[in-house]
Design a protein around this ligand. Sequence first.
Ligand SMILES: Nc1ncnc2c1ncn2[C@@H]1O[C@H](COP(=O)(O)OP(=O)(O)OP(=O)(O)O)[C@@H](O)[C@H]1O
Ligand SMILES: [Mg+2]
Length: 288
Amino acid sequence: MRPDYDISWQQADAPEASVSVSGEATGMSHLVVPGEIDTSHGLILYLENICVSFDGFRALNDLSLSIKTDELRCIIGPNGAGKTTMMDVITGKTRPDSGRAFLGQTLDLTRLDEPAIAQAGVGRKFQKPTVFEHHSVWENLELACAGDKRWFRALWAVLTPTIKRRVEEVLALTHLEHQAHVRAGQLSHGQKQRLEIGMLLMQQPQLLLLDEPAAGMTDEETAQLAELLNRLRGHCSMMVVEHDMAFVAALAGEAGLVTVMAEGRVLAEGTLDAVQRDERVIESYLGR
Ligand SMILES: Nc1ncnc2c1ncn2[C@@H]1O[C@H](COP(=O)(O)OP(=O)(O)OP(=O)(O)O)[C@@H](O)[C@H]1O
Ligand SMILES: [Mg+2]
């Protein structure tokens, strides 16, 4: 096996197009430039007439939905509405039987596999935090950059100052500065959730998918999570599935769009106030 410090091999194996080191210390400067997403028409995500069947049961039934660049979209809807299945389609975990799914204008999600979609800039947060319990918060963030990418290991020495800067940015964003050297296993549930979001941010996603991120949190932790997601506006577009209406209200505000899903499709879309008054929504979800 070739050693990690063999510079000639490192340079030869590193794919030039996918790696760039930014010398700028600005905001969320790009450490790794994945395939550029073409958002010239203003959309980060476009789903059209998506159908997914499981043994004849239509989990997604002509689902059409789009999200604007830098939007934070909340998705609500009853159990079994297809919200998680939709995220499975976006991340390539589930292939739709029919329909179109695009990241930006040009990346056809139905033709990319899960690693390629993640590499293209889609980050996904599952409900249960998956942090490295025996490593510190700082190490978790560093490790999140690496994944199993061989070229990353190869370029580690060159990237270190940039990574350090990014870890500091992400610690500040997630309000975990004071826990930087605490082992992740010792964090509270809410802090672990924020760390996991931080780990996703290290990979600089352009679209972040969060499936019930507030589940199991105290009211205080939920409020802190809402603050964090509101701080991320402008850094990436987000799709947040949640049942907690106070949390949704904190994210959507008065003007943000909320999508209500039911029976595998969009039932209603509008401000939280508007959808909460929608008779169909009250009948299928809120009024139950
Ligand atoms: N792998 C699968 N095999 C069979 N049926 C499935 C599978 N995944 C999901 N389903 C079914 O598809 C429907 C949609 O499920 P999904 O998990 O997407 O709903 P959801 O809106 O996320 O619900 P919840 O709010 O409970 O998380 C459900 O009826 C579910 O039982
Ligand atoms: Mg679900």
